[in-house]
Design a protein around this ligand. Structure first.
Ligand code: SF4
Length: 398
């Protein structure tokens, strides 16, 4: 195929994308893949289409969640090739937080106006490590999820912060239990490509990353009506088609159950000491194209890209159609990407406003999902009601 033919096809695909979105129809897989491959000179048109879709359905506002990050335990039974967070027992830095440590972080966050306690932790480490079983036993719990549930409840009881757990795969029973102590929860789908579990691939030795198992957790949350955060991770060995298939799987899940509150587009960043330390990172162009396609496939969705993983290209992410910066902490580092500090919140505000948007602090549960959380009885409802302003974002200080 000559370059001229490729260019003509890409131009037509762009025109189709615009007309599809404007007429309220979804992009096809084929068109979405074509757009992800579009030439650089067509990228501004693609971003413009995505930005138009964003402004049509999510006008004016860019949100972020003012959070503290609580790495409840960094022991994990999986070994993802890109992970710098996980540790084995005995490794330098291996740690399971005590309830006092959790409360200390939460109280410091409260003083700085945070509204979210993001619990990040390894997936069921006690299944692999007797040391974790002993730690849990000392703390008075039988499983990491039981301990997490108790810590979410502690945060609800003792602070104004709202917990958002990210504990890995969950059974229907555990979704129900965690939903009683947190307004929302999350699990990255990452990729629908099961070949990433093959030897030497990113999810080699990461059984919890089997796409079918992750989709089951996301689906079960949908059946239970739990506001749910998910997304894809790009640059871990997946193809263009895999990126689109992952977005389509999320789109279909949301069409079926209406519970996906946000889609995160996260880019792999290489770090020393991880198995994938020499793997190429996705380019800024890859990232912008993927954000734009996420927006065009799901125009009404909250689409998030973490600012610290694309710094200093905030303007470009805004142009690609995001409407959320995700969790940004004035207190705790990004333990998942410790070498990439979060931007100063004032800096984020200035950069966001310079592009003509208003920056709003949101709760871990998005405004459109508040009614279903407020319908649940008990302390959770009371805490969420107290934390939310009339517009559904975080209540502003008087
Ligand atoms: S990415 Fe999550 S599941 Fe994978 S090794 Fe790290 S902590 Fe474990």
């Amino acid at each position: 195929m000559s370059p001229a033919t490729e260019n003509r096809l890409s131009s037509r695909a762009l025109a189709l994308a615009l007309s599809e979105v404007e007429s309220g129809r979804s992009l096809t897989r084929e068109v979405a893949c074509g757009l992800l491959r579009c030439d650089d000179y067509l990228l501004p048109q693609l971003l413009s289409a995505a930005r138009t879709a964003k402004e049509r359905f999510k006008p004016g506002v860019i949100t972020y969640s003012r959070k503290v990050f609580i790495p409840l335990t960094n022991l994990c039974r999986d070994y993802c090739g890109y992970c710098v967070f996980r540790k084995d027992p005995g490794d330098a830095g291996a740690h399971t937080m005590t309830p006092d440590e959790v409360l200390e972080v939460v109280r410091n966050g409260e003083r700085l106006g945070c509204t979210e306690a993001l619990f990040s932790l390894g997936d069921k480490p006690e299944l692999l490590f007797p040391e974790m079983r002993a730690t849990l036993h000392r703390l008075g719990y039988r499983s990491t999820l039981q301990y997490l549930e108790a810590m979410c409840e502690l945060v609800l009881r003792e602070s104004t912060l709202l917990p958002h757990p990210n504990p890995g795969l969950l059974s229907p029973e555990w979704i129900r239990r965690l939903a009683a102590v947190s307004p929302s929860m999350g699990l990255m789908l990452e990729s629908t490509n099961a070949n990433l579990l093959q030897p030497d691939a990113a999810h080699d030795n990461a059984p919890d990353k089997l796409p079918a198992r992750r989709l089951r957790t996301i689906e079960e949350a949908g059946k239970q009506g739990v506001p749910f955060t998910t997304g894809l991770l790009i640059g871990i060995g997946e193809s263009i088609e895999d990126r689109v298939d992952t977005l389509l799987a999320i789109q279909q899940m949301h069409e079926r159950y209406g519970h996906i509150q946000e889609v995160i587009v996260q880019n792999f960043r290489a770090k020393p000491g991880i198995p994938m330390q020499d793997s190429p990172e996705p380019t800024l162009g890859d990232m912008l194209r993927t954000v734009a396609i996420a927006r065009l496939l799901m125009p009404r969705m909250n689409v998030q890209a973490p600012p610290n993983l694309s710094a200093p290209f905030y303007d470009e992410l805004l142009e690609a159609g995001i409407n959320d910066w995700g969790g940004v902490s004035p207190l705790t580092p990004d333990f998942i990407n410790p070498e990439k500090p979060w931007p100063h919140l004032e800096q984020l505000r200035l950069r966001t406003e310079a592009r003509g948007f208003q920056l709003e602090s949101r709760l871990p549960v998005y405004p459109e999902f508040l009614p279903r959380v407020l319908a649940r009885p008990g302390l959770l409802r009371d805490r969420v009601r107290a934390a939310a302003g009339e517009d559904g974002y975080a209540r502003r200080a008087a």
